[in-house]
Ligand binder design. Structure first.
Ligand code: NAD
Ligand code: WQD
Length: 336
């Protein structure tokens, strides 16, 4: 039996494939490489086993899922494949709704057709917007402020409705801010174009691909005025997926939304200091206006993840940026 990992060549999917292998599972990837490189698959096979299968194709093409489910003995699924750039989703809403909702519906239908009932879905803390209080619990109100955010909100609803009406059991993992890389330095995040996210941007400044970082506002109502987020090591996040699959195998039923964070908030200026420490020299930056749509601060309540999945993050910010820097310094141009 094998675990199907959609978007398995991407940043979080590839690291999760390593964690699944380390936990003794057979892994089948599906990816169309729209936002990733086949070299990520080579890297993860080198870290694990050449036997990891990869079905190349688009989830919106029915033949892709048919191949995945008939050529392999799939008994559980993790669905990472999606477009994820918040700003781009405002420019191209139909692409985002089409890809993110279309792939989720097609996958859930294929699972039903093939009698597969256990699913872990990549959701996001974006469904909370700016929470009224921190740490934010799973009971906090949800909604969205971008087409991307709505695709996560709507996918959660679609899968919850399906879980209520059909044998599907699903864990909706609401990730906070994933950073870091596999500790080997051979697998990591390789964003296309100029990074949107803070840590990949800082890393590209550190290797000289970008001149200086920008801090999007120091006038927030936070301790040092810069935005505060809950950064989580991608290997902790990867292990949370294994824990979620185990919980489903152990009988967790219906649809369950779970925060995946560390419970610790760090500011942009603290992240810049941690990266400078890991790199061994200052990171040049300038303070600019707030980025439209940004919130001041959010971090996760982690008790529910501990209760329902038996999982807690174990790596701190210093380890995240050290591992991210090992990857970036050994691969200044990513997989190219
Ligand atoms: P990523 O872009 O690195 O990985 C997504 C993968 O899915 C890519 O390899 C892409 O080629 C593939 N893909 C996209 N559409 C596809 C399709 N129609 N058919 C087949 N493959 C397709 O992104 P990531 O950072 O690894 O994120 C994984 C998931 O986690 C996404 O659903 C994302 O929305 C969610 N998420 C990410 C973050 C984050 O900050 N990285 C935070 C919260 C949630
Ligand atoms: C982090 C902090 C910025 C870049 C996004 C998505 C969210 C989720 C995770 C998918 C903020 C500041 C950033 C820079 C900066 N993704 N910043 N200079 O916005 O918290 O979350 O990724 O689901 O939905 O919105 O992450 O890394 O972009 O920003 O000062 O060049 O860094 O203002 O305070 P964000 P981020």
């Amino acid at each position: 039996m094998a675990t199907l990992v959609t978007g398995g060549a991407g940043y979080i999917g590839s690291h999760t494939a390593v964690a699944l292998h380390d936990a003794g599972r057979d892994v089948v990837l599906v990816d169309n490489f729209s936002n990733s490189s086949p070299k990520a698959v080579d890297a993860l096979r080198a870290l694990t086993t050449p036997d990891i299968a990869c079905v190349e194709g688009d989830l919106l093409d029915p033949a892709t899922l048919e191949r995945a489910f008939t050529d392999h003995d799939i008994d559980e699924v993790i669905h990472f494949a999606a477009y994820k750039a918040v700003g781009e989703s405002v420019e191209k809403p139909l692409d985002y709704y089409g890809n993110n909702l279309g792939s989720t519906i097609a996958l859930a239908q294929a699972m039903a057709d093939h009698g597969v009932r256990r699913l872990v879905f990549s959701s996001s803390c974006t469904v909370y917007g700016q929470p009224d209080e921190n740490p934010v619990t799973e009971a906090a109100p949800t909604g969205a402020e971008s087409p991307y955010g709505w695709t996560k909100f709507m996918s959660e609803q679609i899968l919850t409705d399906a879980a209520n009406a059909t044998p599907l059991d699903v864990v909706l993992l609401r990730y906070f801010n994933p950073v870091g890389a596999h500790p080997s330095g051979t697998l990591g995040e390789d964003p296309t174009g100029i990074p949107n996210n803070l840590v990949p941007f800082l890393m590209q400044v550190a290797v000289g691909r970008l001149e200086k970082a920008r801090v999007f506002g120091t006038d927030y109502d936070t301790p040092d005025g810069s935005g505060v987020r809950d950064y989580i090591h991608v290997m902790d996040l990867a292990e949370a997926h294994v824990a979620a699959l185990d919980a489903l195998s152990d009988g967790l039923s219906g649809a369950t939304a779970v925060n995946i964070g560390t419970g610790v908030g760090n500011s942009v200026l603290e992240v810049i200091a941690a990266v400078a420490e890991a790199v061994g020299r200052p990171i040049p930056y300038e303070i600019v206006d707030r980025r439209s749509g940004d919130i001041a601060m959010t971090w996760a309540a982690t008790e529910f993840a501990a209760d329902v999945l038996g999982w807690r993050a174990s790596r701190d910010l210093d380890e995240m940026v050290r591992d991210h820097w090992r990857w970036q310094s050994q691969n200044p141009n990513g997989f190219e």
